[in-house]
Ligand binder design. Structure first.
Ligand code: AMP
Length: 182
C-alpha cells in the first residue's frame, strides 16, 4: 500500500508509435494497477518534435507525479515491465517507441547506479520533460543543481536549437488533478 505523504516522484512518459495518447493512458492505468503506486497528478499531453538523427513521428509526452512505497530500483523494474507489455522492443536507443518511461526525480534522492541515475541525467536538456514538469511542479528543486524546475525551463533555449513542444490537451481519462480520492 502507498503511505500518504511519501516524497513526490516524477516520471516522464512518451510515445511516438500507434495510438500515442492511448499508449500513455494505458501505461498510467498499469501503474495505478500496482498497489504500491498511486498516480497523483498528470500534466497535459505535449506534442514534441523528436530529438534524434533517426527520422520518426512526433512524440506525445507528459509527466506524472507518483506516490509510491517502491524503492527507486523496484520502480524502474515496474516501468520496464510496462514498457515491455506495451510492446516496446529493444531497438535503436533513439528510435521510435510505443512507450518510454523515465524516472525524472525521486524526491530529493540521488541515485548513481549503472542501471539507474536519478535525477535523470538529461532532463535539463529536454523540452519534452521541462514543459510538462513546469506545469505540475514549477517550484520543485533539483537536488543537485539547486535550481527550480521553472529556472531549468528558462535555461532551455540557451542549449542548441529548441525543438517545437506545444501543449496538446488532456491525456485520455486523466485529469490534470489527482485521479484518486485521498
Ligand atoms: P532509454 O532508452 O533512454 O529509455 O534508456 C533506458 C535505460 O536507461 C534503461 O536500461 C535504464 O536502466 C536506464 N536508466 C538510467 N537512469 C534511468 C532513469 N532515471 N529512468 C529510466 N531509465 C533509466
Amino acid at each position: 500500500m502507498v503511505r500518504a505523504g511519501t516524497e513526490p516522484v516524477y516520471v516522464g512518459v512518451g510515445s511516438n508509435q500507434a495510438n500515442r495518447n492511448e499508449n500513455i493512458a494505458l501505461a498510467l492505468l498499469m501503474l495505478e494497477a500496482d498497489s504500491r503506486i498511486r498516480v497523483k497528478v498528470c500534466s497535459q499531453a505535449y506534442l514534441t518534435e523528436p530529438v534524434s538523427e533517426i527520422p520518426q513521428p512526433t512524440f506525445v509526452n507528459a509527466v506524472v507525479e507518483l506516490e509510491t512505497s517502491c524503492e527507486p530500483a523496484s520502480l524502474l523494474g515496474k516501468l520496464k515491465e510496462i514498457e515491455t507489455l506495451l510492446g516496446r522492443t529493444a531497438g535503436r536507443r533513439w528510435g521510435p517507441r510505443a512507450i518510454d518511461l523515465d524516472i525524472l526525480f525521486f524526491g530529493k534522492r540521488i541515485v548513481r547506479e549503472p542501471e539507474l541515475r536519478v535525477p535523470h541525467p538529461r532532463l535539463e536538456e529536454r523540452h519534452f520533460v521541462l514543459y510538462p514538469l513546469t506545469e505540475i511542479a514549477p517550484a520543485f528543486i533539483h537536488p543537485v543543481s539547486g535550481l527550480t524546475v521553472t529556472e531549468l525551463k528558462r535555461r532551455l533555449p540557451r542549449i542548441g536549437c529548441p525543438p517545437r513542444c506545444v501543449r496538446w490537451g488532456r491525456v485520455p481519462r486523466w485529469s490534470t488533478v489527482s485521479s484518486a480520492t485521498p
